[in-house]
Design a protein around this ligand. Structure first.
Ligand code: ZN
Length: 415
């Protein structure tokens, strides 16, 4: 995943987190998924219809809230003569803000991938499943399932499986016909099996080579034993692809349904693949840290200063990092300062410490997300950014012991 993609993914994840934190008191939150090819006119017509039906809602408060949300949506759709390229999602509703109060809030999300289906959804929470699906890794995997009679080739892109090729063999069964010598029969059978493996290898290589080399993460092979092992040992795939074989998995079907079975059975191996990559970066950082050669930095201040100097080779950011950098100004003496605060969706703004100079009250002049701030610095200095999940020990350690950020340095600095 390219650096800017990693950052976009983080932004998107954070946006989802905020939407997920919103709750309605009744079924008052509306989610509207509009694909590019959907006529806005039709959407408005449905909303008008829903508005009419909402008149039957028994609770007066719910009725008012739903109708206000629908009115707000209809007026926002005036600004969309047509849906954007990848479609658009509008969220609107009376959000519970505590203290027996609600607030009509609206959010617009442009999806990172094209929307496929139109959806109108009204519930006590926003409907986020299609967006959450888009968060899953977009790496491509080569899929191959085979036995001696049939083989299917496909690709796994994100969560989507595409069947690309299917072939059957003329390998004779184990029973020979009368009149044939047992030895001759066995020989012909082995030749036919070998030929079929060769055909499979060529067809699969052709399909997998259509994927950009750096985007093809791994190749998964499935089938009954010992067929898949035989195929693997014979090295029938292109040699570049042989290196990418992640593993052999038992599956009982070798048609299209076998591809789905293969992905299910390889799920653990696939999850580990992501973790392994992140783990390698964390190990590199920890090794430098223990090595005490000054090539590791951690904690916000140290990392920021190194970034500004351009000394950071790799910036490691925890996916759980939720911090804001606030620029402040004293209301009495005008002293300007900057502080970092932790803030999660739904939490109140934290109280600010009094002015360092005169103990007066300070106010926030502007704020930036710390990840955005550091990513911008990193981009300017050609620093590689890697986001680290907390799903494994060293990843959790980055968040808990190193303040959620660490750096592998190009050279030693005096920071
Ligand atoms: Zn002051």
């Amino acid at each position: 995943m390219a650096e800017s993609d990693a950052h976009k993914r983080y932004e998107f994840k954070r946006q989802l987190e905020e939407l997920r934190s919103k709750k309605g008191r009744g079924t008052e939150l509306i989610s509207l998924y509009i694909p590019q090819d959907k006529q806005i006119f039709d959407v408005v017509a449905q909303l008008r219809d829903e508005h009419g039906q909402a008149a039957n809602i028994k609770s007066k408060i719910t009725k008012t809230n739903v109708q206000s949300a629908l009115e707000s949506l209809m007026s926002r759709l005036r600004y969309f003569p047509r849906s954007p390229k990848r479609g658009v999602i509008l969220f609107t509703g009376a959000v519970d803000i505590g203290g027996n109060k609600t607030d009509l809030q609206s959010f617009t999300v442009e999806p990172p991938e094209p929307l496929i289906s139109y959806k109108y959804h009204c519930d006590s929470a926003f409907y986020l499943e299609p967006l959450e699906d888009m968060l899953t890794d977009k790496m491509t995997y080569g899929l191959l399932v085979l036995d001696r009679r049939e083989a299917t080739v496909g690709l796994l892109k994100g969560k989507h499986i595409e069947t690309r090729d299917h072939m059957t063999s003329s390998v004779p069964g184990k029973q020979r016909k009368g009149g044939q010598s047992a030895h001759r029969f066995q020989q012909l059978r082995l030749i036919a099996i070998h030929d079929f493996y060769k055909r499979i290898g060529n067809a699969a290589s052709k399909v997998f080579m259509t994927v950009d080399h750096k985007d093809l993460e791994a190749v998964l092979i499935g089938g009954p034993s010992p067929t898949k092992e035989e195929f693997h040992d014979g090295e029938f795939l292109h040699h570049e692809l042989e290196k990418k074989i992640l593993g052999l998995f038992d599956v009982s079907y070798t048609d299209e349904s076998g591809l789905f079975e293969l992905v299910d059975n390889a799920a653990d191996a696939l999850i580990n693949l992501d973790v392994i990559k992140e783990k390698k970066y964390m190990e590199r950082f920890l090794k430098k840290l223990v090595g005490d050669n000054g090539l590791a930095a951690y904690g916000e201040e140290e990392v920021r200063q190194n970034l500004q100097m351009g000394s950071v080779e790799v910036l490691l950011l925890s996916e759980d990092l939720r911090r804001e950098r606030l620029n402040t100004k004293c209301t009495q003496c005008g002293y300007a300062d900057a502080v970092t605060v932790t803030r999660r969706p739904g939490e109140d703004k934290p109280e600010l410490a009094p002015c360092k100079k005169c103990k007066g009250t300070v106010k926030v002049t502007d704020s930036t997300d710390v990840v955005d701030e550091l990513s911008t610095l990193a981009d300017q200095m050609s620093t590689q950014i890697v986001f680290i999940s907390t799903d494994f020990e060293e990843g959790a350690q980055l968040m808990n012991a190193f303040g959620g950020m660490a750096a592998i340095l190009r050279y030693k600095t005096s920071v």
